[in-house]
Every structure is written in C-alpha cells, then in structure tokens.
Design a protein around this ligand. Structure first.
Ligand code: SAH
Length: 347
C-alpha cells in the first residue's frame, strides 16, 4: 500500500477498507496531506463552486442533564453560569439573522428538560411561519422517536447529532455509564427514517482516541453517508475531567476534512468554531481542506460566553453582524464567497 494510491482509490471509489483507512492515517506524509487536500478541493469545487454556506447558530440553553466528560456545560460543572433563551429571544435572533442573509437557523443547546416538545414545536412553527424560505436545524441532543417526529411535524428540516465516536469502547471512555452508544447511534437512524437531513460528526483528538478509532469514524461516515458532518478538534475545558488533556490539532482536523470530502463528495462540511479557536486562520484552513460551511454565532452577546463547551471559544464578544462580516472577509481572503441560500445538500 501507499498513501497516494489510497487517496486515488478513495477519489474514484469513495470507499476504503478499515485497514486501508488505518494505514492512510498512520502513514501519511505532509505531501500526502497536500495531495488529499487538492483532490478534496477539486471535488468540492465541482459540486459547490466557490460558494460557502452559512448557518446562523443560536445557542438556546446551556442547561444540560448530561455529564459528558469533555463538555464544559456538563451537569456537574457547578461553575457554569446557566441560562435559557425565551422563545421571543430566539425569534429575535432569527429576525436579525434573516436581515443579515442567513437562510438556515441552527438551534443548539444542552439537553435542557424545559425545552419540551411543546416549547420547541412552538418556536419552530413561529420561525417557519415568519421565514418559510429558511431551513430550521435542531441540535438538541438525544430525544425519543415521538419527540423527533413531533419536531419534524412542526417544520424542522435538519438535525445535528454528532455520533462523537463510532467505537463503543471509546464512547464509554468519553461518557458516563448512564449514556449509551447504542441509543446515540439509534437516534441517528431514527432521524433519518423520519426524513430529516441528518448531521453526524466527531471530535478530533479526543482523549483515548487513536487512528484505529478515527478509521472507524471514517468507515461510519462512508456507510451512513450523513448529509452533514461536523468535525472539529477536541479542546479541553478547565472545569471538566478532561481539563489536562491536549487539544486536537489543525493538521489532523484538516486531513480528516479532506478525507471526508473524498468519501462523501456532496456532504455539507462545516469549518468549525473549534478549528478557529485553536488557530487564528483555522476556519480558512478548514475551507481550504475541503469544508464548505461556516456557522457564525447569532446568539445574544449577553449569553455567548456562557455557552462554553471548551476554553477560549472565539467570537463571544462580537455582535452577530460583526461575526457575519468577519467571516465574509475571511472567506473572501481565500477565494470563497458566502452565499444567501438555505444551503441544502446537492445530491
Ligand atoms: N447537546 C447537543 C449539542 C452538543 S454541543 C448534543 O448532544 O448533540 C455540540 C458539539 O460540541 C458536541 O456534539 C461535541 O462534539 C462538541 N464539543 C463538546 N465539548 C467539546 C470540547 N471540549 N471540545 C470540542 N468540541 C466539543
């Protein structure tokens, strides 16, 4: 085996065996990474040109019943200053977002028990009524089939639920006993069956992760073919059990972005805020590796610092318009254009 041949095979067949993914991750040189990037960018350009899609991220609550070891808003973090946006506040964020050219709103939050189906359905319906040309994406964690069905019925179009890791033993090292790998994976299946456009994803460089686990993540992306795939570096948060663990790297994240583009060419692939946090040009580098989505923050500035999943998160001080303008300039600086569009996957 050699890496260039494997990258060419991936470009042609969009599939490798698990040992081949493993070999590629273990053995690639900087030249191989550059080659994968070039192929990924060509593929992305063929499908999406130089357009970059934007999603307005509204962080609706940092109250969470879960205790994921990596996450800054875990239940056990007594230092987190908890908040929950009201329906009216969320609608105001959407109003501002719409006027700034956003046509997708992502409602993300912890698993806050007060965001019942009734509350969420009402918010979704109000957004869709006011902005029928916009997509609503939810990223509110694991819920029941009935709940996902009700939210879909209310008008939700997409659901983001990172699988976090496709390896069961690794999943169990990142989460407390009461959380279940099977349940999380089952949720992704359910969401797909219900007709959502589904997003999966994982952290790069999370504790205990090796290339063996990453190879399984790539195999999972290859077989599940999510419409979206959110990947970003793991970044430690001081008030979590993983406070002293090293962060993932730009290099690994960018290589994985390129591979995911080759595995599933039309996939919607965000260049994440986490990537922008570990490197001043992280989001530009992500786009240059094959990503095609950015997700500026639309949350009220008063809560942004409180939605702290990891340390030193960027863009917590600026107004939404500034965030949008800043990203527009960043994308332009590397030859890409943010477009006013729902940004659906091109099948
Ligand atoms: N409660 C929702 C939203 C979670 S936050 C859910 O369960 O899906 C969105 C994503 O942030 C998570 O899926 C996780 O992959 C990522 N994340 C959490 N803590 C992180 C950290 N310390 N570093 C990097 N990413 C993190």
């Amino acid at each position: 085996m050699n890496c260039i041949d494997l990258i060419l095979k991936l470009e042609a067949e969009h599939s490798l065996t698990l040992p081949e993914y493993r070999f590629l991750l273990d053995s690639r040189t900087p030249e191989d990474e550059a080659f994968a990037k070039e192929k990924a960018v060509l593929l992305r350009k063929r499908i999406y040109g130089s357009a970059v899609f934007v999603r307005g991220l509204i962080e609706v609550s940092n109250i969470c019943k879960n205790n994921c070891f990596y996450c800054g808003i875990r239940r056990a973090n007594a230092k987190a200053d908890r908040y929950r946006l009201t329906a009216d506040q969320i609608l105001e964020c959407a109003d501002e977002g719409y006027s700034l050219g956003f046509r997708t709103f992502v409602l993300q939050g912890g698993e806050d028990p007060l965001f019942t189906d009734e509350v969420l359905c009402d918010i979704i319906k109000r957004i869709k009524l006011r902005y029928p040309d916009c997509a609503v994406t939810l990223s509110m964690g694991e819920r029941s089939r009935e709940s996902y069905a009700a939210l879909k019925q209310a008008g939700a179009d997409r659901y983001l639920l990172r699988h976090e890791t496709a390896n069961r033993a690794h999943y169990e090292k990142l989460h407390p006993k009461e959380m279940s790998f099977d349940h999380r994976m089952g949720c992704l299946q359910t969401l797909r069956e219900l007709g959502y456009q589904v997003g999966a994803g994982f952290m790069v460089g999370s504790p205990y992760q090796t290339n063996a686990e990453l190879a399984e993540d790539l195999k999972f992306i290859e077989t599940f073919k999510p419409d979206m795939c959110g990947i970003g570096p793991f970044i430690p948060h001081a008030d979590t059990p993983f406070a002293d663990r090293p962060a993932g790297t730009v290099k690994d994240t960018c290589f994985l972005l390129s591979l995911i583009r080759l595995i599933h060419p039309p996939v919607l692939l965000p260049s994440t805020t986490a990537l922008g946090t570990i490197h001043p040009q992280g989001r530009e580098l992500g786009i240059l590796a094959g990503a095609n989505v950015v997700m500026p923050n639309l949350s009220p500035v008063s809560v942004r610092k409180k939605y702290e999943l990891y340390d030193n998160k960027i863009c917590t001080g600026e107004e939404s318009a500034q965030c949008r303008g800043c990203l527009e300039a960043r994308m332009r600086s590397v030859g890409y254009e943010i477009v006013t569009d729902r940004g659906d996957i091109k099948k």
